[in-house]
Design a protein around this ligand. Sequence first.
Ligand code: ZN
Length: 128
Amino acid sequence: MRPTEERYDVSGLIPSIITPELFDAAQAIRKRNAALSQRNRKRDYLLSEHIFCAWCRRRYGATATRNWRYYVCPGAKGTAPAERCRNQQLGADQVEADVWARAEAVLLDPKVIMQAVRDQQTDRHTTD
Ligand SMILES: [Zn+2]
């Protein structure tokens, strides 16, 4: 790139391909995607992309503050207000403990698995 003093200001001479609003919206999405990206994470999130939002059906991602980890619906921010998801973020420690307790209950009691299989078969028969 040329030094600043050798650059020419061409703003206004070349028509924009996209509007400034669309550019800003794209930058916001880019920032958000980078924040939620697995490869940029410094913390572990066992359930990221495995929790589905009951409101908008999107997959929950993960985020953190300095001291807390959260799972968040990507529809809760950065979307038009009318389409914005109303579900709140979930504390990661609490959700992971709850999921683990349920998994442990299943592993310790095969009857739970058998009942889940029966329930699924019943659902299939009633929805077919
Ligand atoms: Zn949602």
